[in-house]
Ligand binder design. Structure first.
Ligand code: ARG
Length: 643
């Protein structure tokens, strides 16, 4: 990787003796830090303004024509002078610098443009040397940046969390994609990350499932396709259960009608009893009771369903570059944890009895939070109860600094209730560390076969569509080695990019045609850009270690300089993403960078250029490929080398 000495040596060439280094900055990791510190030094020396005010006032720009950094002069908080006048005065006084062009005054803003030669000489080697780590900063996750021996902060990212034997719906898809990204983000920021899947794997419906398996299950099918088979079983047995419920209801009505006429109902009563006791619902209740009571056989069956499902899930998640450290689930929450929580809630007056059930009245904190049931009349736990127990267990086990729940905004109330209850129980220490990362809905998610229930179905359908799109260009298609696999990867990218393109909270429409297009801001478009850079590298056949000795001062064309300026911004984009926790922050940047790239090819040819110039350009493309790769990996995509 790039060292401080490397940077110092480069800066010396441009006449700077020491690295400008404001406190808590990372000149070896982030080239822009050097420029920010340098501007701060110069401005402080001519104006007397506190560097601590100047440094954070320097902002990124939306477009390169506004400079690389810009300073809104009012942010300097200088009294008694009009900002516009002060801007002009500061620009006037600004000394000439080996790194920065003279500032441009635009209203009350100063615009700073980095000088191309030093920028290029710092940025490109930095990218080539740091490789897959360029842009990331493991110091962010330190407990105390000034004392690394205190270790790293711990975060749990809980995401995906589907329900066994039920469809994997759009909410789970988004949670999986966004959660995978967040886990990568924290990892890139140096946190100690635990990826957790909290399966919906408990409740009476598992009794229903077991009863159903007895009737309709097939060992062979179960092993072959556990998720699909269990779902089919569940659908069949649920239908029977529904019919039975209807029959019971009808029988009760009959009884009521006879009673109204004062006629004997004995016969019907006994028929009703028979119906009820033989019903799936009752069998399921008894089965689940056995599970709750720890009956080994019942638990064994259920555990098998769970294990086989997890095994299948793992394979599917792997296609999205996701693997979990912890497959937890509602079933794993210990009774003791829930009982302990119940005791605290009762003692602290957080909970109260209500007609045999236990509730928490949260309206005293906020009307919106309503009243929540934490124990049913029959004494059993609920979704919320299990989440309370789980949070305490996780805190005990991991001592997390932060825990993120990646769950659809439909569950905003549920998580707000959870966090408020923790707080009311006197555990603000836990509540404060918890964060709900929510997201909007996917509209119109029907795939081509209209049968998408599981993640695999979705990915298969999009992969097939992508295969079709690829085939449209026969000549190119024939050059792809493994078109099936490539189509699959491109399809996955299409789905993921569409999902992460907008702000998380926005709804979006699942649009197969748009997401699989090579044009517009799509996954395949990013993939195409990556493959093209790989192709340029193959054709140039310059060994990559030679690129480090390229004469980068040859990169003077506006297209080359603008591309370098984009690449320089990546570490700041990462930093900003840590703040926004929005995948769109990364994607917006990548699309902007790739647009700059696309418009460069004609102007910056490698093959056919003079040798040294070709080498310098190849170094630039190689750096661009690296940044694109780093961004795509952060999002969870698998960049392809050919397509
Ligand atoms: N299994 C739940 C569902 O499908 C999501 C679980 C979210 N996480 C949690 N800790 N409640 O709705």
């Amino acid at each position: 990787t790039q060292s401080v000495e490397d940077v110092t040596a480069t800066l010396k060439k441009f006449g700077l003796e020491t690295i400008p280094e404001a406190p808590n900055t990372y000149p070896a990791l982030n080239p822009v830090d050097i420029f920010r510190s340098h501007i701060t030094d110069l401005l402080a020396s001519v104006s007397g303004i506190d560097p601590k005010i100047i440094y954070p006032a320097l902002q990124w720009t939306q477009t390169l024509d506004k400079g690389d950094l810009t300073l809104p002069v009012p942010a300097l908080r200088v009294k008694g002078k009009k900002p516009i006048e002060l801007a002009a005065e500061l620009a006037e006084k600004f000394p000439s610098s080996p790194l920065i062009e003279p500032p441009v005054v635009k209203d009350a803003y100063l615009q700073f443009f980095f000088k191309p030669a030093p920028l290029t000489s710092i940025v490109i080697p930095s990218i080539l040397k740091d490789g897959a780590s360029y842009g990331f900063n493991p110091a962010f996750g330190l407990r105390d940046p000034s004392n690394p021996s205190l270790g790293r902060k711990k975060v749990i990212v809980e995401f995906s969390s589907p329900n066994i034997a039920k469809p994997f719906h759009a909410g789970h898809l988004r949670s999986t994609i966004i959660g995978g990204f967040l886990a990568n983000l924290y990892e890139g920021a140096g946190w100690d990350v635990t990826r957790m899947n909290y399966l919906g794997d408990w409740g009476k419906q598992y009794g229903v499932l077991a009863v159903g398996f007895d009737k309709f299950g097939s060992e062979e099918e179960l092993v072959k396709n556990p998720i699909g088979h269990l779902y089919d079983v569940y659908v069949k047995i649920s239908a029977i259960s529904r019919d039975e419920a209807d029959a019971i209801k009808a029988k009760k009505e009959e009884i009521a009608a006879l009673q109204a006429k004062n006629e004997s109902v004995e016969q019907l009563e006994s028929e009703l009893k028979k119906l009820e006791s033989g019903a799936v619902d009752e069998q399921a209740r008894q089965y689940f009771k056995r599970m709750v009571d720890g009956d080994a056989e019942a638990l064994g069956v259920w555990k098998r369903f769970r294990d086989l499902s997890i095994e299948k899930y793992k394979a599917t998640y792997a296609r999205l570059n996701i693997s979990y450290d912890d497959y937890s689930g509602e079933s794993q929450v210990k009774d003791e944890s829930m009982e302990a929580a119940a005791r605290i809630m009762a003692e602290k007056g957080v909970s109260e009895d209500s007609e045999g059930a236990v509730i928490v009245d949260l309206t005293k904190y906020s009307k919106k939070l309503g009243k929540a049931i934490v124990k049913k009349k029959d004494g059993t736990s609920l979704y919320l109860t299990r989440d309370i127990g789980a949070a305490f267990e996780r805190f005990e086990k991991y001592h997390f600094d932060k825990m993120i729940y990646v769950v659809a905004s439909q569950q905003d109330l549920h998580l707000a209730q959870l966090f408020k209850i923790e707080e009311a129980m006197g555990r603000k220490d836990i509540a404060e560390r918890c964060q709900h990362i929510n997201f909007g809905m996917v509209l119109g998610m029907s795939t081509r076969k209209g049968t998408a229930k599981f993640l695999d179905d979705i990915l298969r359908d999009v992969g097939e569509k992508m295969h079709e799109v690829m085939r449209a260009n026969q000549a190119k298609y024939e050059q792809v080695e493994d078109p099936e696999k490539t189509a699959d990867t491109l399809g996955i990218s299409a789905v993921m990019v569409q999902d992460m393109k907008g702000k998380r909270i926005n709804n979006y429409t699942f649009d197969m045609d748009r997401m699989t297009s090579f044009e517009g801001d799509t996954g395949p478009y990013l993939q195409y850009a990556h493959a093209r850079l790989c192709s340029i590298a193959r054709k140039s056949s310059i060994p990559s270690d030679l690129l480090l000795s390229a004469d980068l001062t040859l990169l003077r064309e506006p297209h080359a300089v603008d591309l370098v300026r984009q690449l320089a911004a990546w570490p700041d984009v990462f930093l900003n993403t840590v703040k926004t926790q929005e995948p769109t922050t990364v994607l917006t940047y990548l699309f902007r960078m790739v647009h700059a790239l696309s418009s460069s090819y004609d102007h910056l040819q490698v093959v056919g250029s003079e040798k040294e110039l070709g080498k310098a350009r190849m170094a630039l493309y190689s750096a661009a490929r690296q940044v694109l790769w780093n961004g795509m990996r952060l999002l969870g995509l698998s960049p392809v080398e050919r397509m």
